[in-house]
Each structure stands twice: as C-alpha cells, then as structure tokens.
Design a protein around this ligand. Structure first.
Ligand code: AMP
Length: 396
C-alpha cells in the first residue's frame, strides 16, 4: 500500500511517501517556516532536490503544497492524490489512552487533545497536521502512531514515580517514554537477527540528538529512560537528562529564573552542548576533542558513561541481556562512541570487534566472535513502522 507519512511540528512538517511492504520511498521532504513565510524541500530518489518558497500561513497550506508537488507532472511521483491509500501521522504523546496505533476518528482526536497537557509542544502541532489532512483528503483513511505506545507494556514498578500516588491516579503522572516507534522497530529486527528465540532480552540504544534506551523482554518494553516528557534519562544533544530537582530551586533562587526559563535551560542549553560549550552535534565534539578541547572530551565521556550505566542497570533489570542495539544518528554512525560505550563491559559478556565496528549507517553485527552478548548496529526506520501500522489498520 502507498502511504503518506506526516510528522508535523509547530512550524515544520516532514513527509515521506512510501510503500508499506518493502519500504520503497517514492518521495520525501520538509515544509519549514510554517506560519512565518514557507519553504518546501522535495526529494525524489535519483532526481535533483526541489526547493521552493511557498506561502504557508498554516499547516493546511503546507499539506496542500506537499500534495501539489507530489502530483506535479514534472516534479511529482503520482498522477492524483487517489494514489495515496492512507496517511500515517506520527503523534508524540498518547498518554495512557493509546497502547497501539489507531485509525483516526472523532474519538481518537478527542483522546489526543486530552493528552495535550502531557505533550504541550508536540500534540497541538500533530493535531494541526491531522486536521489539515482531513480537510484536504476527507476520504483518505488516517492513522495515528504514537511515540509512547510501545512503552505501555512497562510494569508499574518501572513507570511509577516515587511521589504521592494521587498524582498518578488523578493526574496521570508516570513514566511514558518516547522514540517508541524506533525502539519497536530495532528491537523486532534484533530479535530476528538473534534467530527469533523463545526468550530474548534486548537493550536498544537510540542515540541521536534526542536519546533514550529501552529494555525489551520477549519483544515487550519493560523499561525506558525517558519519562513523563522527553527531558529524562541521560544527557542528550541539548537536554540535561535526569537532574537532581534541588538544582532547579537553587538556580531559580540565585538567578531569578521562572520555571519556563529553567526548563528552557534544561531542554535547550544543557546536555553535551551545555558541558562542552562547543556544540550539540557529536561530529563537532569529536573534532574539538581531537584538537585537545577538554570540555568536549568531558561531554563525550559523560555521555558514554551514562549510557554504559543504563546498560548495566537494564541488564540487571532483565536478569541478563542477549543483544545490545545501537541506532539513530550517533548510534548508527559513530564507531568511536559505540566503542567508548562498550568499553569495560566484557565482565558481562559484551565484547566488540573493533574492525567490524568500523561500520556506518548500515545493519551489522559488530560483536566479537564468542561474545555472549550480540552487539548490533541497526538503522532505525520509524517511517516504515508507521507505514506498516497504517496499512495494517486500513486493511482491517
Ligand atoms: P538524529 O537525531 O538521529 O538525526 O542524530 C543526530 C546526531 O547524530 C547529531 O548529533 C550528529 O552529530 C550525529 N551523527 C551523525 N553522523 C555522525 C558521525 N559520523 N559521527 C558522530 N556523530 C554523528
């Protein structure tokens, strides 16, 4: 089935048009500066990229621009929008309402709206994308795929916070976790690579600009590092990861920050950027560290150290581990970071082959011969997961 995938942000919208079986990508692109002016970048494999300035006051004009270019006789890939069998939307927060993907109807939209307090930045933007598609393609089925859904199998001891229980009961405060579509995709692929054993314990390391780990037993998530929101876990590009809440009170008192300013610091100015003062981009950090920048090196050391700590914690939580998966920008591409993280893990049967580890952006088993734990590099494919879910629900 040919599926259009939409990932709507507040001022941008990514799209990909692909085949749900096999994953062939026909076209993909990005609308930027929605609500400001509007710019479209459209990519078709084997052709030159198209860049156009198109007014996009709202997400409606952005979706229309995507459909116009997709059906353009020269730049397009289809003759009419009838060739789009269904639309799959990436939605950030499904709260406790969504344990899996669902066909979008009025009830689903109401439930996504109810999750806005949990995902105040993303859910409204995701809804704008959905509403724009419904208006322009009223007869095309739409599916919502949630970043949180895969983690809903976590047991209460993993998702409960040790704060008064009433905040869980009355206000839905709990660990949700994110990057679920990626964790689902790479953990399923790892289980395939392990030969589909009856029992499997996989640790997925999604290491990109945003990063999270998940512990997956027999294909089901039992723990993950992100929390109610995506700020939790270990340091990321610009996010702090877990911090002692006392720091908030201390800095807010010293500098007179309000909570918005404080959270902006933790979300946008922290992580490896905050430690290094150089960049949130791991390639820049590698370069600076190689030239002797001690803080860039400290940021890389801190990142690897915290990921390694969570690997140990999740192996304990699962009573062992059969495979560790590296995915996303850093996980798929950085030979050095993978090696750094796996250093010193031989005691738990994790042994890397440095030669095999010299791989970038393609699937590989990088564990040493005889390593008890397999180490896989598996490029994530969230779009394919969304397309597969969308096709399956539409067929039903
Ligand atoms: P993502 O959010 O998954 O797109 O990942 C983005 C991150 O991947 C950025 O911090 C990049 O620096 C990082 N990245 C991409 N390629 C490499 C590479 N070859 N070595 C180190 N980091 C990389």
């Amino acid at each position: 089935m040919k599926i259009l995938i939409i990932n709507a942000g507040s001022s941008s919208l990514k799209y990909q048009f692909m085949e749900s079986e096999g994953g062939q990508v026909f076209a993909k692109g990005l609308c930027e500066r929605i609500g400001i002016d509007g710019r479209l970048t459209h990519k078709v494999p084997g052709r030159e990229d198209v860049k156009q300035d198109i007014p996009m006051p709202t997400h409606g004009e952005a979706i229309q621009a995507v459909l116009d270019i997709m059906t353009d006789p020269e730049k397009g890939v289809i003759r009419s929008t009838d060739e789009i069998a269904a639309v799959g939307h990436r939605v950030l927060h499904g709260g406790m309402a969504f344990t899996e993907s669902c066909i979008i109807d009025d009830k689903c939209i109401e439930a996504i709206k109810k999750c806005i307090p949990l995902g105040p930045l993303h859910n409204p933007a995701n809804l704008m994308g959905i509403e724009a598609c419904q208006k322009i393609m009223p007869n095309t089925p739409q599916v919502a795929v949630f970043d949180t859904a895969f983690h809903m199998t976590m047991p209460p001891k993993a998702y409960i916070y040790a704060i008064p229980y009433e905040y869980y009961e009355k206000d839905d405060v709990r660990r949700y976790g994110f990057h679920g579509t990626s964790h689902r995709y790479v953990s399923a692929r790892a289980i395939d690579l392990l030969g589909n054993p009856e029992h499997s314990r996989v640790i997925c390391c999604h290491l990109g600009n945003g990063s999270s780990l998940s512990a997956v037993v027999d294909g089901k998530c039992v723990d993950t590092t992100m929390g109610l929101g995506p700020l939790a876990g270990f340091p990321m590009g610009t996010r702090s990861g877990d911090v002692d809440a006392t720091i908030l009170e201390y800095l807010m008192g010293r500098y007179g920050y309000d909570i918005k300013e404080m959270l902006n610091i933790l979300n946008k100015k922290s992580g490896v950027l905050g430690i290094s003062g150089v960049s949130s981009d791991f390639r820049d950090l590698d370069e600076a560290a190689a030239k002797g920048n001690a803080r860039a090196q400290l940021a890389l050391d801190k990142f690897a150290y915290e990921v390694r700590k969570f690997i140990g914690a999740y192996a304990s939580a699962m009573g062992g581990v059969d495979a560790i998966v590296f995915t996303a920008g850093v996980g798929e591409n950085s030979t050095d970071m993978r090696e750094h993280i796996c250093q010193g893990l031989a005691y738990m049967g994790v042994e890397m082959d440095p030669e095999k580890n010299k791989v970038r952006g393609r699937e590989a088993d990088v564990s040493a011969a005889g390593s008890r734990v397999k180490i896989f590099v598996i490029p994530t494919n969230e779009e394919l997961m969304i397309a597969m879910d969308t096709a399956e629900l539409c067929k039903k």
